[in-house]
Write a protein that binds this ligand. Structure first.
Ligand SMILES: NC(=O)C1=CN([C@@H]2O[C@H](COP(=O)(O)OP(=O)(O)OC[C@H]3O[C@@H](n4cnc5c(N)ncnc54)[C@H](O)[C@@H]3O)[C@@H](O)[C@H]2O)C=CC1
Ligand SMILES: N[C@@H](CC=O)C(=O)O
Length: 363
């Protein structure tokens, strides 16, 4: 059975949840998927760095409170983050990038991804910054080095939107996408409908692990702006930048507004969209919209998200599911690792499904 050695860059909510999945379900996953996962390096701004090429024992790290974790006194540990050294030098197959999203220049995550690809390592990330700022360049860099750059979790967390569009919509013309793409703001709008004030609703979303490090990005729409760029570029073949997307958030909506709307059969939602215009160009915007109850996006509640694809042959196809959450987003990373395995080891007959297919009687 094959094995992938992982370097985790950033050890906050999402990468800890991935480590938990590996620690608690590693054997089951290996049986099902036909490969094992082992963590050989972790870096984090607050905890430092830790390297063990025989495999890090994750259980004691996961038992520690996140804020109290320090690698400094562990064998192979250091108080220094040492990102570049770890990413370039440690013998890992896949670098898993889950540090803060920087909506401006995508840094330092953009450099983390570049270093890894240059070193011939696959990358999966949930970080929107590098994808929105330099997605095309990074995909080309990955191609040149014969490795994969996967980022399913950058839009709608673990709900497979990008891969669904890429793999399942062949032969369709997609004319536009529209969706609720931020779990925090959708959760907050639901709380406003219940009469909770904005600061308290935001604090609850932070506690639940939905919000960005700076929740302004969620509330003012900047997070959706990045997701609209990624969808426009990935699904509609555009070349948009964040500045091209007109953006308005939900900070002006009060509990009273939300409750008044509800009384009229409307629900305020933060809607992101990208549309192909008649001249072939693509435009995108983010804005709060009071949707009528019968609209397909009106019923999406809590941290749930949904994206509708407008197509020529199927009409509108909507994918919905969690848009945020630590474990849900860690699943996106696992799905990226599975995609890497399928792309680079498609001819291995190691998984139970492949073995069964090969051994099944024909005719
Ligand atoms: N939490 C969620 O529901 C989702 C998160 N994401 C994205 O996933 C990424 C991670 O999210 P969370 O784990 O929730 O964030 P978090 O804030 O819990 O964790 C980020 C971690 O990165 C570390 N870090 C920051 N800068 C670093 C650097 N230069 N080097 C090493 N470590 C660094 C921080 O110390 C922190 O532990 C973010 O980019 C976020 O936008 C994407 C989809 C959903
Ligand atoms: N903060 C984001 C997390 C995922 O991108 C959200 O709330 O949707």
């Amino acid at each position: 059975m094959g094995r992938y050695d992982l370097a985790l860059i950033g050890f906050g909510g999402v990468n800890r949840a991935l480590a938990e999945l590996i620690s608690q379900r590693g054997e089951r996953l290996a049986d099902e998927l036909g490969f094992a996962l082992r963590v050989v390096a972790i870096t984090d701004l607050r905890a430092g760095s830790l390297v063990d090429t025989d495999g890090i024992d994750l259980a004691p790290l996961l038992a520690a409170e996140p804020g109290e974790l320090s690698f400094a006194d562990l064998p192979g540990g250091s108080a220094e983050t040492r990102n570049e050294n770890v990413i370039r030098e440690v013998a890992a197959d896949i670098v898993v990038e889950a540090t803060f999203t920087n909506p401006g220049d995508g840094e330092p995550a953009l450099s983390h991804v570049r270093w890894a690809l240059e070193a011939g390592k696959h990358v999966c990330t949930t970080n929107k910054g590098p994808v929105a700022v330099a997605g095309r360049e990074l995909k080309e860099l990955a191609e040149r080095h014969g490795v994969s750059f996967e980022f399913e979790g950058s839009v709608l967390s673990g709900t497979p939107v990008l891969r669904t569009a890429r793999r399942m919509f062949g032969g369709l013309e997609i004319t536009g996408v529209q969706g609720i793409m931020n779990g925090t703001s959708n959760y907050v709008l639901g709380r406003l409908e219940e009469g909770v004030e904005l600061p308290e609703a935001i604090a609850q979303a932070q506690e639940l692990g939905y919000a960005e490090a700076d929740p302004t990005a969620d509330i003012e729409g900047h997070d959706v702006q990045l997701k609209a760029v990624i969808l426009a570029n990935e699904v509609l073949g555009a070349d948009l930048r964040r500045e091209d997307v007109v953006c308005e958030g939900i900070s002006q909506i009060t509990p009273r507004d939300a409750q008044d709307a509800l009384g009229k059969g409307l629900r305020w939602k933060l809607v992101g969209s990208a549309t192909r215009q008649a001249d072939g160009t693509v435009t995108a915007r983010v804005a709060p919209v009071a949707l009528p109850a019968h609209h397909p996006l009106a019923g999406i509640s809590g941290p749930g998200n949904a994206v509708s694809f407008h197509t020529d042959l199927l009409g509108t196809v909507t994918v919905s599911g969690p848009g945020a959450g630590r474990t849900e987003t860690a699943y996106a990373l696992l799905s990226d690792i599975i995609a890497i395995h399928q792309r680079h080891h498609a001819h291995d007959d190691t998984t139970p499904v492949r073995r069964a297919l090969k051994e099944a009687p024909r005719g």
